[in-house]
Structure formats: C-alpha cells, structure tokens
Design a protein around this ligand. Structure first.
Ligand code: MG
Length: 223
C-alpha cells in the first residue's frame, strides 16, 4: 500500500490521499454546543497533514501533550479530479466517493489556540488524528440512500447526526473550498461534525458508522 492511501471498497485499487481539508462548524447544533451563533456564517476550513491519516482498525494513540482529546464524527468526501472555482451545480462530478472518519481534536490545545489567536494545527493535525474507513465509490445520489451518522463509545451511543442537516451542503462546500484552494484528485473533505462531541480515554473502543453505508470505522484508544 502506498504511504498515504486508503483502500477502495470492493476493489483491489487504492485511493492515494492528497490533502485533508476539514470544515468547521457545519452543523448548527454543534456550533451552539461550542458557544457560537448557529447562523449561516460562511464555511471555514483548515487542513490536516497527510501524516494525520490512520487506517480503519489502527489503534489511536492518545497524544501525550493533551489532557482533553475529543471525537468528532464526520462524513468524508473523496475528490476525484482537479478543479478551481467549481460551481456548486458542477460539484457532483468531482465526487469520487465517501467514507466515515473522525476528526480527533485536542480540545484543550484548540481552546488555548483560539484564546491566543493561533492556528489549530497542534490541536487538529497530530499523527493519527484523521482515522478513516475505506472509500466507497458513489455519487451524491447514492449518498441519499444512507441514513444518519452514529458513533458509539464502548457500546454507548455518543454522537448521532444527519448529514442532511449540514449548514453547507457537499456541492456548496466543494464550490466554496475551490474558490480559494485547488481541489485535486485524492483530496479528502471532512465535512464537519454534528453535535455530541466528547472526550475519549485510553481503553475506549470507538465505532463510527453511517446507516446504510458499507464501511464502519473501528478503533481502540491506546497510550
Ligand atoms: Mg471537525
């Protein structure tokens, strides 16, 4: 397997991962729980390095520089070709498929960064902070067949949300990101988390799924 790649479901091929783009505050309930006005502010995004990528089933190593690591359950969109300034009406052509991922976040470090007006990379871009399932090829129409995103921690449901409740839809996100940054084959867009973010601890088992979707993300939190 190539260094930064994800399996493609039902295929011997792999999806070579290029950049990892993460959308912030894309569900009103989550914006509220983080203390923000849920009004439709323009989407904002940040990046994780490729080295943040972790394969399904790989242990998540709790970073020793944080006391408050939290899970953010997210639908991931895989991009199939290059484009800039993509109109939302054309965005569907740029979708390779989907995955379920976790935007693991050092909340204590993020809070400190917000306070100091510093970037979020230390809180968001550490090794293994982007665990992701295999990519299931599919269209936006195929995604319509899927239900809600669900995360369990040690068997208890801790996050549930409907991707249809995203403040900015997938075509709008593709249009907005590509206004500023070239999208390329291999890019992953983590589309934001619904409400219910919360802490993880060493020993936890996390299972993230999208109802009706072929791939389920499983990981164990270790030292
Ligand atoms: Mg997130």
């Amino acid at each position: 397997m190539l260094k930064y790649s994800l399996p493609i479901a039902d295929s011997p091929d792999v999806f070579c991962v290029n950049k990892i783009i993460c959308i912030g505050r894309n569900y009103a309930e989550h914006a509220r729980e983080m203390g923000h006005d849920p009004d439709r502010e323009p989407p904002f995004f940040f990046f994780k390095p490729q080295s943040a990528l972790a394969q399904n089933g790989e242990d998540f190593h709790y970073p020793d520089f944080s006391q408050q690591v939290e899970h953010e359950l997210e639908l991931v969109v895989a991009i199939n070709k290059s484009g800039t300034k993509i109109p939302a009406a054309d965005a569907a052509d740029f979708v390779f498929g989907f995955a379920v991922g976790l935007d693991m976040t050092c909340r204590d470090i993020q809070k400190e960064a917000k306070k100091l007006g510093r970037p979020w990379e230390l809180a968001k871009g550490f090794d293994g902070s982007a665990p992701c399932t295999a990519i299931q090829r599919g269209t936006l129409h195929d995604l319509e067949q899927c239900g809600e995103l669900v995360l369990t921690r040690n068997g208890n449901e801790v996050q549930r949300g409907n991707w249809r409740d995203m403040v900015w839809s997938i075509p709008e996100l593709i249009a907005e990101v590509s206004r500023y940054i070239k999208l390329e084959a291999g890019d992953l867009i983590f589309t934001g988390t619904p409400a219910g973010v919360g802490p993880v601890q060493i020993g936890d088992e996390l299972i993230a799924r999208l109802e009706g979707f072929s791939q389920t993300l499983k990981l164990r939190v270790t030292e």
